[in-house]
Design a binder for this molecule. Sequence first.
Ligand code: G3H
Ligand code: 13P
Ligand code: ZN
Length: 344
Amino acid sequence: MPLMTTKPMFDLAYSGGFAIGAFNVNNMELCQGIIEACAAEKSPLILQISKGARKYAKMSYLKAIIDAAVAEYPWLPIAIHLDHGDTVDLVQTCINDGFTSVMIDGSHHPYEENVKVSADSVKLAHANGVTVEAELGMLGGIEEDVVGMDAHEYEKNVEKFLTDPVQAADFAKRTQIDSLAVAIGTSHGAFKFKHEAKLAFNRIEQIMKTCPGLPLVMHGSSSVPQEFIDLVNKYGGKMPNAKGVPEAQINEAVTKFGVCKVNIDTDLRLALTAKIREVFATKPAEFDPRNYLGPGREAIIGMVRRKLQANVLNSAGKADAVVAQWEKLGKPMPKFYTKTCCGK
Ligand code: G3H
Ligand code: 13P
Ligand code: ZN
């Protein structure tokens, strides 16, 4: 049963010219859509769960849905990851709940505090066989809320929020993290750029020099495809000027640099929302949830399959190699996977 940490995945992805898609799960349709797409494309994947997802769906329900997916596709390499964990307590809870990987996001704290919460999380997680991602630098979107800055101001000052390569080396050494989420110009949500969409590839290059071999993670990596924005807007939505990271730039980060994990949530939300809006607008009498959530789930499958292709993440067809790497490492499993869950 290849439920695994991110290590076997990143071992291959770092220099293999591909990245693992980390897709956010909030309900059954999202989970099924993601899994079915990855199974169809034979792609390794990371299912990630935010604090908000835990609150919305309850972890016990999410765990049961994920366990069902794992049972359905026993050959598919899957990691279960905490997205944007904000406290060491939440990290501990997720370890207890059987997560195989966690993120501690102390990026909004002063540097020394970020080092402390990240190093503390690593101690806990590694003692239980769980891998850890931490973040340095400041993305737009959810983190900018913390300091009350709007997206326009962020974009104007983006250079000074990017991850500092020298600090990154110190951070990695002192925390012993397994991967680093870097700020290189991406941001969360559907409105990422007011002007030209442009990632700071020179920063990734510098970070790779100061932190050789450290797997890098890109948050805020939805591409906000125009056709989905058009559908949303056509059927009563209002999302003017939505803009994401062009898929060609994601692909460059993945194939030329050490980006091993690419986080995608907004594009799944868009696919689901566009389809549901279309059904409601074209069939106003429809009220059977299966008849709008079903097409929504199909749209998620399409969106995820699109991401796995060679021109984006290039992870299609890599499942068997990741399983082989996992076996080579001795099939490491977190200590708590079988423990019944779940904490709040
Ligand atoms: O980066 C954040 C993810 O999109 C999760 O969002 O906290 O609303 O679940 P959420
Ligand atoms: P998007 O909002 O671009 O999908 O980013 C999601 C993310 O980074 C989750 O951690
Ligand atoms: Zn994120």
